[in-house]
Design a protein around this ligand. Structure first.
Ligand SMILES: C[S@@+](CC[C@H](N)C(=O)[O-])C[C@H]1O[C@@H](n2cnc3c(N)ncnc32)[C@H](O)[C@@H]1O
Length: 220
């Protein structure tokens, strides 16, 4: 099935609220478990950047598990960051997590600063996927760890509909539509491998669930 792009930023407050309230427990837990499992050495002080952080649920999970980490979440959508600010205040982790409204490529973001750069579910939003891989290289310090998770594109629309039915049947309609559009906009493992080769990044890529892929490794 050919890729169908979706809008990059999630600017609509209703869409952002529905996303923030949705149950992403399983994929977010899988993200954190795989990240910490693949980089067990990252247990001391660390500056971390999360690109396309949305409402910040992964940042909060990481802050709880790694109290020595300082986390910066970056997103272009004020509506998403509003939801994130509330969640972070509720978590009591304000001293560990900072949120910044910025687009990928924003010159005010701290270059070569992070020991770990992460991203969950941003890649499929991007018309130019190279923008994510460029940004990981620009913001990560030399040798920094990199961990990315995203949806992967099903073989056809029927398979995408079945995934929506399996994982989002009880979510609001706006979220079901969002999930369907995201699956159609997602990249395949083969496409991600080609993107990484173009970007000169030597990262591992694997299918990690019926709807996810992960890419991880170290920057040059
Ligand atoms: C599907 S959400 C994922 C949010 C979060 N990472 C999570 O796992 O819940 C994708 C986020 O990326 C943001 N985004 C999309 N394109 C962006 C860009 N070019 N620069 C910054 N943020 C972007 C959207 O606004 C949205 O909040």
């Amino acid at each position: 099935m050919q890729r169908t792009p979706e809008p990059e930023l999630m600017l609509d407050p209703a869409q952002a609220r529905a996303y923030a309230a949705a149950d992403f427990d399983a994929p977010n837990a899988a993200f954190v478990e795989a990240l910490l499992g693949r980089f067990p050495e990252l247990d001391g002080h660390l500056d971390v950047i999360d690109l396309g952080c949305g409402p910040g649920e992964i940042l909060i999970r990481l802050a709880r598990l790694r109290p020595n980490w300082q986390l910066l979440g970056v997103d272009g959508s004020a509506a998403m960051l509003d939801a994130g600010m509330d969640a972070i205040a509720e978590s009591g982790r304000e001293s560990q997590i900072t949120l910044l409204q910025a687009l990928l490529g924003d010159e005010t973001l701290p270059e070569a600063s992070a020991g770990l750069v992460i991203s969950n579910s941003l890649l499929h939003h991007l018309r130019d996927p190279a923008a994510l891989w460029r940004e990981l290289r620009r913001l990560g310090a030399p040798g920094a760890a990199v961990f990315v998770q995203d949806l992967r594109r099903p073989t056809d629309a029927a398979q995408a509909r079945a995934l929506v039915e399996t994982y989002a049947a009880t979510e609001p309609e706006v979220l079901q539509q969002d999930f369907f559009a995201s699956l159609l906009a997602a990249y395949t493992v083969e496409e991600v491998r080609a993107q990484l080769a173009d970007a000169g990044l030597d990262l591992a890529v694997a299918e990690t669930s019926d709807r996810h892929l992960q890419a991880w490794g170290r920057l040059p």
